[in-house]
Design a protein around this ligand. Structure first.
Ligand code: ADP
Length: 530
């Protein structure tokens, strides 16, 4: 108990020392319980209350409501009623004054001070009270009130001491909260890493594993991550062949901004991975750096791809022969029947549809062939020449429909491009033939070729029927046709644009379209100048 001025300072110091000892713990609940206990004993009070605000600072609740000699800390339930009771004290009671003024206060006689309102907080009735805020970042996060049944119990000395204690406790609580938040985030990261199916490896500039996840540990033949962390990645290449190429990169000198993406195979597991490696560097330039490696299991994709290739092979060989036979037999049968008979008509339809199926098969195979075409076949060609060839090839079709075909070519100074010339020419002709097809007789078609930002652009503008906006996103899909009134008689299989997209993307370029129904369309693509 703190009694008179002579002994006060020593006791004060003792109390503060005891409290700062308690504050070293990060267990917030235990710290508060012990501090309250100690203060109540030192100040010889019988009741205390601690109100705490929620995370957002406006949802108050009682952390403790305590009477002396009662063992344990009374933690009030987090019910709506409990919140409402606490809110009432904050709004109407002394706590509200402390929160607003951000300072402690003594009421020597509650009967004479209108700041004191009798609320269910203190069931025994209080004649004098001392209340202090817990301040963190200039915000009141808690209000601690001590109460005594007799008037005039508290002194300025008490208030001074209690303010110091409250400040210390607030700092400790803030630290504990930060620590708890950090721990929470750490746990979240752990859970995320654990659940992640891809292999994740963070490697330092010495080639040592800084961090990995369960999938990573498993790949390296370890039960848990601890068995891997701190060890050089190269120590695991004998466990899994998938790591060999990765080690070659992470053991080489760091080059900022570089990324790698390649496929690797684990002979041990019989699985294929897509490995992506990038360089990481500490933002604050501390010199810390290394590699982030992510390995995605693509075995299933590969198997599906293989299956698709086999299906296409089958389609090309096994389906084409019977279709050719059907067409052949139809022609033979037509020789034996009256050309004006119904049978001849039906045979004609069978033959026509069978040829259509063969055409579809050919188209499908063509798309696949382009998708997998080797880039080694690329040659250096002058862009202007390909544009001119495409224009010359398509001019007769435009003339046939009395359409005006104009060209604006501004590609002077563009170095010869490394491309597959016949495929690029085919793409241009495809866009041009569509413009001719989907534009009425005597319409206008303009071809533009120009350079911009290290790219060459090719654009075909027409004054044709245009395309409804909702169909634009699907226009480049294989076999998609934007069916609309007026196009019923126009022949097509919906494959041209998908071929153009495949070819251009194979060249690391991009296709685009803009269109307005009844006004016309603009189709274009760009290719990088390398
Ligand atoms: P196809 O012309 O053989 O049907 P494409 O893949 O070349 O196939 O084109 C897909 C669809 O896009 C066409 O069916 C047509 O509806 C629309 N389209 C393409 N080019 C134009 C254009 N210039 N004007 C209007 N519609 C077009």
């Amino acid at each position: 108990m703190i009694q008179n001025m002579e002994t006060l300072e020593l006791q004060e110091l003792e109390l503060l020392t005891q409290i700062s000892g308690m504050l070293t713990s990060f267990d917030q609940n235990r710290v508060l319980k012990n501090v309250i206990d100690l203060v109540m004993r030192a100040f010889n009070v019988e009741q205390s209350s601690l109100l705490m605000s929620g995370d957002n600072g406006n949802r108050w609740r009682h952390f403790s409501l305590r009477q002396q000699f009662q063992t344990g800390l009374l933690r009030l339930p987090s019910t709506d009623e409990a919140y409402k009771a606490a809110q009432k004290i904050v709004n109407e009671g002394l706590a509200g004054w402390v929160i607003q003024n951000k300072q402690g206060v003594i009421i020597h006689n509650t009967a004479e001070d209108e700041r004191w309102v009798e609320l269910p907080d203190f069931p025994l009735g209080a004649a004098s009270v001392l209340s202090v805020p817990f301040l963190s970042d200039d915000t009141v996060i808690g209000v601690f009130t001590l109460e005594h049944p007799k008037p005039g119990h508290f002194t300025e000395q008490h208030l001074r001491l209690m303010t110091i204690i409250a400040n210390q406790v607030a700092v400790a609580m803030r630290n504990a909260q930060l620590f708890a938040r950090m721990q929470g985030q750490q746990k979240q990261l752990e859970a995320f890493l654990h659940a992640m199916p891809d292999v994740l490896l963070i490697i330092d500039d010495m080639g040592q594993v800084l961090l990995t996840n369960s999938a990573g540990a498993a790949l390296m033949g370890e039960q848990n991550r601890e068995g891997v962390i701190g060890r050089p990645l190269r120590a695991f290449t004998h466990i899994d062949t998938a790591l060999v190429m990765i080690v070659e990169i992470v053991d080489s000198p760091l080059q900022s901004g570089q990324n790698w993406s390649f496929e690797v195979r684990s002979e041990q597991r019989k699985r294929d991975y897509l490995a992506s490696i990038s360089v990481w560097e500490h933002q604050s330039g501390t010199g810390n750096a290394g590699y982030v490696v992510v390995m995605r299991d693509i075995t299933q994709n590969r198997d599906l791809n293989r299956f698709k290739d086999e299906m296409l092979q089958m389609a090309s060989h096994d389906l084409r022969s019977p279709l050719a036979l059907i067409v052949g037999y139809c022609s033979l049968m037509q020789l034996d029947v009256d050309p004006d008979s119904k049978v001849a008509e039906y045979l004609g339809i069978v033959q026509q549809q069978t040829e259509r199926m063969t055409g579809l098969l050919d188209d499908l195979l063509r798309v696949e062939k382009i998708r997998n075409s080797p880039t080694e076949l690329y040659e250096r060609v002058v862009f202007r020449d390909i544009v001119n060839t495409a224009l010359n090839n398509m001019r007769p079709a435009a003339d046939n429909k009395s359409q005006r075909l104009r060209a604006e070519i501004k590609v002077d100074g563009v170095p010869p491009l490394l491309i597959n010339a016949s495929l690029i020419r085919e793409s241009m002709e495809n866009l041009l033939s569509n413009a001719v097809k989907y534009t009425k007789d005597s319409g206008n078609i303009t071809v533009k070729a120009y350079t911009e930002n290290n790219r060459v652009n090719f654009v075909v503008e027409d004054s044709g029927i245009g395309i409804p906006a909702d169909m634009l996103p699907r226009l480049f899909n294989t076999f998609f046709r934007a069916r609309q009134a007026g196009t019923e008689d126009i022949e097509g299989r919906g494959l041209g644009l998908s071929l153009v997209k495949t070819i251009i993307e194979r060249h690391e370029g991009e296709v685009w379209v803009e269109s307005t129904v009844g006004v016309g369309s603009r189709f274009g693509f760009w290719l990088p100048i390398t």
